[in-house]
Write a protein that binds this ligand. Sequence first.
Ligand code: TEU
Length: 549
Amino acid sequence: PDEHPWWRSAVFYQVYPRSFADSDGDGLGDVRGIIGKLDYLSDLGVDCIWLSPIFDSPNKDMGYDIRDYKAVLPEMGTLDDVDELIAGCHERGMKIIMDLVVNHTSAEHEWFQKAIADPDGIYGGYYYLVAGTEDKPPTNWQSFFSGSTWRWIPEANLWALHLFDESQMDLNWNNTNVRREVAEIVQWWLARGIDGFRMDVINYISKPDYLPDGHPYVGELLEFTGIEHYLYGPRLDEFLAELRREGFTREDGSVAVMIGETPGIGVQAGRLLSGWSRKELDLIFNFDGLEPPGMTRWHDYVYDLNYLAKFWSNYNAKIGEGDWVSLFVENHDNTRMVSKVYPDAIHQPRTRVAVAKLIGTMQLTMRGTPFVYQGQELGAVNEPFDSLDELRDIESINRYASLREMGKTEEEVWNHMMVGSRDHSRTPIRWTEDQDDSNAWLPGHERTPGFSVEAQRENPDSVYSWYRDLIALRHEHTALSVGRLEVMHHEDDVFVYVRRDAASSWLVELNLGAKPRPRPPVRAQVTPVIGERGATMTPWEATVSRIRD
Ligand code: TEU
């Protein structure tokens, strides 16, 4: 394998553009807003920005339903703005990747419009269009966003497949034209200077030609019937290898980074998709760390960080020498980790800060590539929404309706929304203490003093300053990014590990719980560099120390 490609030691930062920075005050974040914050990201130490979709879209799923892959949503900016953003990143030594959402397009994409206008024409083959009658969908598959995966298209007298919302039509990757179009879109963006892509639900793209029923899923609420037919479909490896060659490889032979969003893919199947010798993806997102077995984002429970400690260290032990993992605790589809670990964080600012620093420390000193989600560096917590009409997410809205239809009470369903709604992590970043988001597309309510960027940048004890210092340390010492990982101790909430390479060695000591704990003895001489190091580890304490050999 390549000795450590750039993305192994990089710190990625996910920008959710509609909620990042709004340069014109219309309530929607925009590309010029991001340009205005590049110095902020560069000061934090970000190496590569991942931009959630900014493409032209009817925004039924907030941009994950693309109408035109080569146009920017007018309210977010222009292609010129994007060119300036790319140049601005590169000038500062940062890279930038975009979101490639090609399992499906918006139903408003011209391909789909042409397909249903002429199902026997070229575009008819781009989608899963199946003849039948209106009373009987072709299979029993269940959509991730509630209801059947089949939408009846009366104009064409056909059923069309959608794993997600009924406005997100699944592309038929068995069709060579579809694959050629996708490769061409990737090439087009690479030519503009984009450094790679995060690839949305990329493990779902291969489906069998003949679509059979799914085994009835035994689950609690709204489950994933049919998923066995596309979770790791028959031609997935072939499609990814082809796209790497035809789309991601530049003229000089270099390859832009390919990061797969791969929900439901376990550690070993994930290695098949991202192992260094496989020539498919570079990295995958394995979601098993976000919830312990048996739990989903919709379960009301307290997250135990011991689980994450075990998951990340075991994951590293299970992959091969040359393979690599990604490390994330949040994204735009999940609630805030601080709230999962400490649900009362919003009322306990000091504990909130400690928990946020602890999570950041484990993520930024573990072996793997960290992906920080916007707001994490500020200790953001779940939003205290008041009512359904404040929510914007199609998944929440559909789910609310389905559960009500199933007989759940208004109150039960609302509580359920406040556990798992994706809107919790989609409210605007608080740049200033008195920021007014009342006209925002999804207004934030959380106003605890001291948690804005303005307040935290001035404060050396803030979550922001902690993240910035940790990232700087990680950049300075390769042991902390690509070095070896040795777990020394994990018992009674105390998790201790060493990161080491030829140049330096580091001790990370974490108290993953709310009780003070005795510090396990260490034989070497150590000097704390981040955090403090008394005889007792305080609740939620994190310390990074240099080991003098
Ligand atoms: O997410 C897919 C995804 O894994 C979850 O949102 C999914 O609904 C759930 O985990 C079921 O397992 C990606 C995007 O990140 C998300 O924002 C989009 O809504 C979705 O794909 C469709 O494009």
